[in-house]
Design a protein around this ligand. Sequence first.
Ligand code: NAD
Ligand code: UDX
Length: 477
Amino acid sequence: MIPSINNICCIGAGYVGGPTMSVIAEKCPEITVNVVDINANRIDLWNSKDLNNLPIYEPGLAKIIKNCRGKNLHFSTNVEKEIKNADMIFISVNTPTKTKGIGAGKASDLKWVEVCAREVAKYATGHTIVVEKSTLPVKTAEVIKNILENSNEKQEENNSTFDVLSNPEFLAEGSAINDLLDPDRVLIGGESNIAIMALHNVYRNWVANEKILHTNIWSSELAKLTANAFLAQRISSINSIGAICEATGADVREVARAIGTDSRIGSKFLDSGPGFGGSCFKKDILNLVYLSNYFGLREVANFWEGVVQLNSWHQHRISELIVKKLFGTITGKKISILGFSFKANTNDTRESAAITICRDLIEEGAILKIHDPKVNKYQIEDDLNLEEHSHLLSKDNFKIQRDGAWIFSEDIMDSFEEVDAVVVLTEWFEYSKLNWEIISKKMRKPGWVFDARSIISAKDVINSGLKLWRIGDGSID
Ligand code: NAD
Ligand code: UDX
């Protein structure tokens, strides 16, 4: 008989665990959903009264939290208790790239997943369905199952038994709530049909039957890595074509439109930008590279590694180009940076192109004024990871600083004062509505605008007397 799920525990209250469980709680009022995390500070923020203080920013999330929190959605650090009570446990912890040891720089670090599996083995009671929500290398389910069944911490009196499913998450940040409410598909991989159907029935509360795909567990794990690799590959492809456009006088937007109308190619994910960021693409491709090498498929590994290499080259290419346009030197020049998150509508900065580009510009001696509507200065400081004195804390310091530093711009209009250039790195809507007439008057001349997201009006910039460089647009120069 297919068990009905009454109590879900999700381990990991991050960008995936938080929004995913919120949507499950909203759509399944009869299920109690407990999200647990070892990071007490993060849990406090999930519980904060002021919904502007939630640890992650996602459009639509605060409303769901308001509806469900304290009713059937709870955030706590009580990992042991919630594992004990759960009949289904999602593992949604971080799986970053290993920084040392075997596979360093490519393989996923599974230490957090293993800790979770051991905790589940220790505390779970009765039959529990364990769901891999984290993105994991192929065959991880086998490791989890092995730990669950053989861990010496397992308590006999708990009579625990387990099924393991793979249910990768395809949400994109910035549109997570919509992606969860209306997914293209939900993927469930597993060996036990009964366990698969138990999870299927949870999703059936709001997702159509035909959108819930069942596969074997290894296909499910590999499909997640493959989806991200294909998406990232499209971005490196269009960015590589953008570079050719700039060299030839073609316009990458026109090329993208022309190829995107071919129904086999499709029009989505063809926006040339400053290079892909986010916590997933690079990590998941490098994971695929590691797996390919592990199985002796060197050509396959090289093919996918090229996608990441091109992305890195492309980001540095933008930094170099800025230096070149500003007469070959930016030492002591003031530059306004618009956007630090890796894409709009999120406060996440992981792998953001802004980190690489800002570091390059500071290294070349520029003094940056960095603005972002949702990223705070402490996060930027952490990401840039520079010597302490390079973070200028007052406007006075900014005026007298000679080279290689940055200051956080609270007020966007403030960030244009006396700058030689403005660089748009994130496609926040508010940047597309700027008044270039006013901005131009504040800037030093000749002043440049570098639009790495193609979101501002070229006409307005040029009419205001500024020079414009736009990503992938060889027709402007
Ligand atoms: P995250 O870093 O935002 O959150 C992970 C959380 O897990 C952290 O808060 C951490 O404290 C917690 N944690 C780690 N070990 C724990 C333990 N033993 N017990 C309790 N809590 C623990 O990560 P994320 O962005 O939510 O990603 C989670 C997984 O989902 C990763 O595998 C990622 O690849 C995958 N994924 C992410 C996205 C995305 O857009 N961020 C999309 C799809 C899939
Ligand atoms: C991605 C996948 O889209 C999602 O399915 C998976 O679950 C997690 O990884 P995410 O990284 O949150 O989601 O955002 P996404 O919209 O994919 O953007 C990734 C990066 O690519 C961003 O830096 C974005 O600006 C960039 N991008 C995206 C482009 O440069 N051009 C595009 O056309 C699309």
